[in-house]
Design a protein around this ligand. Structure first.
Ligand code: FNR
Length: 180
């Protein structure tokens, strides 16, 4: 099994990136293959049907299609998810055959607020379902993220235990869907 893991933030000190790194490290410890991407690797122009599909959209599609599942840590912006992420989904949805079809996806968010960006994650499910991914029903909304990582970027123990248990369940969810 292989998972594409990335955070939808360009900030060098991004809390969502810290969550994505925790996730990638946990999966690697379990001997699961991880394709970790920096968000800047998927920078592409705004969707415009008057221009050619950018090469990078094809690269994103290939990295998604060569994975069994995708794990996205997406910040909440104005009670929703980042527009740049919607742009990636929109370009990818124009690729034939659909590289996202039948993949699983798990969503998480680090937010300084108490709700942990739950509304943004809820919105993000919709275009992913439209793209024919199987959206794992549990999300991981990490609230108060400014206090949740130590100086070494280690996630607080209670949250780490909770996230690892959800990741284990997500891996099983993906395994079940991959087996006919
Ligand atoms: C935010 N932030 C934010 N947080 C939140 O919990 N709910 C929200 O609706 C918003 N809205 C919002 C809009 C915009 C334009 C920005 C730039 C920020 C705060 C945001 O969660 C915070 O900056 C996170 O640290 C961003 O994630 P990264 O970059 O640390 O991964």
């Amino acid at each position: 099994m292989k998972f594409l893991v990335f955070a939808a933030s360009h900030r060098p000190e991004s809390y969502n990136r810290k969550l994505a790194v925790h996730t990638a490290n946990y999966m690697k410890k379990k001997a699961i293959q991880v394709d970790f991407a920096e968000y800047a690797e998927f920078d592409m122009p705004l969707y415009n049907d008057a221009i050619e599909m950018p090469e990078i959209a094809g690269i994103f599609g290939k990295r998604a299609s060569s994975s069994d599942g995708i794990i996205i840590s997406a910040p909440e912006y104005n009670w929703s998810y980042p527009g740049s992420l919607k742009n990636i989904i929109d370009w990818t949805s124009c690729i034939i055959p659909n590289p996202l079809k039948g993949k699983t996806v798990m969503l998480m968010c680090a937010s300084p607020g108490v709700r942990g960006g739950i509304l943004g994650l809820s919105h993000l499910k919709t275009p992913l379902e439209a793209s024919q991914l199987f959206v794992y029903p549990k999300v991981f909304p990490l609230g108060n993220c400014l206090e949740m990582f130590d100086a070494d970027n280690t996630l607080e123990i209670k949250q780490s235990t909770l996230l690892n248990a959800i990741l284990d369940d997500y891996i099983t969810f993906t395994q079940k869907l991959m087996k006919p």
